[in-house]
Design a protein around this ligand. Structure first.
Ligand SMILES: [Zn+2]
Length: 148
């Protein structure tokens, strides 16, 4: 089998930041890399799940809600995938900073964290989610380039 493109990116050279990962027609996949891969600790899975619930809720209620296709965690727990319709890197950069700032200050119930709404609703850690979001937006991450 062929090695897929995302495994061809040298993860030892990646740092925190937002990257254009793929462009498929008018759909753009962004990698929101929250920690330096293999150098810093990855996200706690419960924190990632919590960020997914709050982040998806904010993105799907915000100014660009009609452009949001998907938001979810990377299996390696170093960040998130965001798939959008025709939103450029500058807009996504500001949008993500805004969303993660709100996650870092979240003081309400976690959206969708009920048995009826989620397949593992107890698998949440709001404090860790807030810490991880704050760490991400506080760090210097000006690596907004394509790795295509
Ligand atoms: Zn869930």
């Amino acid at each position: 089998m062929e090695r897929i493109t995302s495994f061809s990116v040298d993860h030892t050279k990646l740092t925190k930041g937002i990257y254009v990962s793929r462009i498929d027609g008018n759909l753009i996949t962004y990698d929101i890399r929250m920690t330096d891969p293999n150098v810093e600790p990855a996200l706690e899975p419960k924190a990632a799940h919590t960020i997914e619930h709050i982040g998806a809720t904010l993105l799907r209620n915000g100014n660009y809600k009609d452009k949001i296709i998907y938001f979810g965690p990377m299996g390696c727990m170093t960040g998130f995938y965001l798939i959008v319709k025709e939103l450029d890197l500058k807009i996504v950069n500001n949008l993500i900073k805004d969303v993660f700032r709100q996650i870092a200050m979240w003081n309400q119930d976690i959206p969708g964290a009920k048995a009826k709404e989620c397949g593992n609703y107890r698998f949440m850690d709001l404090n860790e989610a807030k810490k991880a979001a704050a760490y991400f937006i506080d760090s210097t991450w000006q690596h907004e380039y394509h790795y295509l």
